[in-house]
Ligand binder design. Structure first.
Ligand SMILES: *[C@@H]1O[C@H](CO)[C@@H](O)[C@H](O)[C@H]1NC(C)=O
Ligand SMILES: *[C@@H]1O[C@H](CO)[C@@H](O)[C@H](O)[C@H]1NC(C)=O
Length: 321
């Protein structure tokens, strides 16, 4: 039973909210958030991972691999994994995440409720396990709030250093697999003139030149100190995702394309065509917390019908979120 690690009164509390705690067909504990307009999101307690986000029309907006392992204890390829605290190499952060293997719990001491009227939200907590302490001897509390709006999904993350004397130094990424119609028809706007490290060229540093990022082969880049607003434009679906981020200065953009896909066990050979991985990240510089200090990062994605023509996206508009 999920109640094992959720606790009775937490369950009572959940019952009063527009969220459902259930098991999925594979026996995983999941929480379903529902917005009155029909939008929904699914969060797996294992990994604190959002694995589905549907708009009011019921269209899935996130990518989940056709070969994703649906085992309660395995990492699932797709959705929105949280990567913390290790980044051995810049880029492809997922492999270094400890908390992806945790069974997160409902946060018994959540931050104050959202002030923007959103009712479908959920607060999770992750703490180091005994096994983690052998790998990375740091005591922390990692909090995740997932909130679902009519057309947006926001992830707010907080890391608190609960050590008495030791500083906590870490990297962080909210890694979002977006579902796209056809990757070769997708463009990303908002990263023009930004510097990036190219993971396919030994992390050499370049400056983005073009009007927009488009895809015609494998791409794996860490954009450094990006603007807070990035647009992902899917022409075929006439859909634009507006991504806003705070506290996460960098952005990783990744698509493995055909050859690399074949080397990734839990990714279908043709899955790369339907996905784009974009990470709101703090990778170039580590975040350092003194004992008792807390850090906060945030990513909000809004999915709207495209009204953008190429070049119209104004990345200098300040975030109003
Ligand atoms: C998490 O829970 C699942 C059962 O839902 C269990 O199989 C797994 O061992 C647990 N993992 C940890 C790290 O406790
Ligand atoms: C997200 O959606 C909610 C309504 O569901 C709204 O109150 C909030 O302003 C939205 N956020 C942004 C930045 O559009």
């Amino acid at each position: 039973m999920a109640a094992e690690y959720i606790g009775r009164c937490q369950e009572e509390k959940l019952r009063k909210m527009p969220v459902d705690l259930v098991k999925d067909a594979f026996g995983c504990d999941i929480i379903i958030l529902r917005e009155p307009n029909g939008a929904s999101a699914v969060v797996h307690l294992h990994g604190g991972q959002v694995t589905s986000w549907k708009n009011a029309q019921g269209d899935e907006l996130l990518f989940l691999s056709s070969k994703a392992t649906h085992k309660p204890s395995k990492r699932m390829r797709g959705g929105i994994p949280i990567c913390f605290p290790h980044v051995r190499n810049l880029g492809s952060l997922e492999q270094q995440s400890l908390v992806r293997c945790h069974n997160w719990t409902i946060d018994p001491n959540p931050p104050p409720p959202p002030t923007n009227g959103i009712k479908a939200y959920l607060d999770l907590l992750s703490r180091p396990t005994a096994a983690d302490m052998n790998i990375w001897a740091h005591n922390f509390e990692l909090r995740l709030r997932v909130s679902l709006g009519m057309a947006n999904l926001t992830l707010t993350t907080r890391v608190k250093n609960i050590e008495k004397v030791k500083a906590l130094s870490f990297n962080f990424a909210i890694c979002t697999y977006i579902s796209v119609s056809d990757i070769s028809e997708v463009r990303i706007e908002g990263l023009e003139t930004t510097d990036y490290l190219d993971n396919l060229k030994c992390k050499e540093r370049f400056t983005e030149q073009g009007n927009a990022i488009t895809f015609d082969g494998e791409l794996d880049r860490v954009y450094l100190g990006t603007p807070t607003k990035i647009a992902i434009i899917d022409h075929e679906k006439k859909r634009t995702f507006e991504l806003r981020k705070d506290g996460l200065p960098d952005a990783v953009v990744w698509n493995p394309w055909d050859k690399k896909s074949k080397t990734i066990a839990d990714l279908g050979d043709d899955d790369y065509m339907r996905m784009l991985c974009i990470e709101s990240a703090a990778v170039e510089k580590s975040i350092v917390l003194k004992p008792g200090q807390e850090w906060k990062g945030r990513q909000e994605i809004t999915a709207v019908l495209s009204s953008y023509c190429s070049g119209q996206f104004d990345r200098h508009v300040a975030s109003d979120g």
